[in-house]
Design a protein around this ligand. Structure first.
Ligand SMILES: [Zn+2]
Length: 107
């Protein structure tokens, strides 16, 4: 599958492919910037997401979620974290607290 020029349009991007894409696209910038500055960018995007949610701006929420996801990928790449493996270790297709799916915790 070619990722070049794709704009969603039916393209399925596996998590590993997403991380490789982020590495190819921005890895050189991420390494130059470093983890601390990359973390600040992620926090800034989370703030922008919060503002979009506060305004119930669904189009902007979509964009900011994508930005947050991208920065999470950048940070994961800087620490050589395989997000799919990390996620499944933490959330083994069940709630990590109650062990159920769906979760039966009450927050
Ligand atoms: Zn639970």
């Amino acid at each position: 599958m070619s990722l070049s020029g794709c704009n969603s349009g039916g393209v399925i991007l596996e998590i590993k492919e997403f991380q490789q894409f982020m590495s190819d696209l921005y890895g050189h910038n991420d390494r130059r910037r470093g983890a601390t500055a990359t973390m600040l960018w992620l926090v800034e995007e989370v703030g922008e997401l919060a503002e979009a949610v506060r305004r119930h701006d669904t189009e902007n929420i979509k964009e900011e979620l994508a930005d947050c996801f991208a920065w999470v990928g950048a940070l994961a790449n800087l620490y050589n974290v395989d997000l799919e493996t990390a996620f499944l270790e933490k959330y083994p297709l069940a709630c990590p607290t109650c062990g159920k799916n769906p979760c039966v915790c009450t927050d």
